[in-house]
Design a protein around this ligand. Structure first.
Ligand code: TYD
Length: 143
């Protein structure tokens, strides 16, 4: 997969099916860096204990790519490339949603006890964030 200069939802965002080892003792799923995700994983974080009705995200990243997995429970990832908006409902621990840079995203509609795991291509850097939607549109139009 190549990285577009200005990614779009239609061309660059996708649900990736991860391995699932079915076992009567309990199922198992795994992710190998540069195998299941093509970017180098530099950071892993997770969002949990989200109170009902709360929303996370509401921003885009300049360079960062990520894979979002509903390890437990369910939530919606709403993606926006400035032209198209699409809702991805995640509710299985063996699916990951790949989200490239320059895509506005918010995560909402968390079920009770849901666990949102995010594999990211960059370490945390607040300068990576685009938190203003108009600035997001301006950067996309200039890219
Ligand atoms: P933020 O990315 O804004 O959360 P979300 O997009 O899920 O709503 O991060 C919230 C706070 O946590 C912010 O003050 C920065 C801090 N933070 C870190 O220190 N390291 C991290 O890896 C992340 C994701 C956030």
């Amino acid at each position: 997969m190549t990285i577009s200069l200005c990614p779009t939802i239609a061309d660059d965002c996708a649900i990736i099916q991860l391995a699932k080892i079915n076992d009567p003792r309990g199922n198992l799923t795994f992710i190998e860096g540069q195998n299941h995700v093509f970017f180098k994983i530099k950071r892993i974080y997770w969002i949990y204990d989200v109170p009902g009705g709360e929303r996370r995200g509401g921003h885009a990243y300049k360079k960062l790519h990520e894979l979002i997995v509903a390890v437990s429970g369910s939530f919606d990832v709403v993606l926006d490339d400035g032209r198209e908006k699409k809702n991805f409902a995640l509710n299985r621990s063996y699916y990951g949603l790949y989200v490239p840079n320059l895509i506005w995203r918010s995560i909402e509609n968390f079920s009770t006890n849901s666990l949102c795991l995010i594999l990211a291509s960059e370490v945390y850097n607040q300068d990576e964030y685009i938190r203003d939607y108009n600035e997001f549109l301006r950067i996309r139009n200039e890219t």
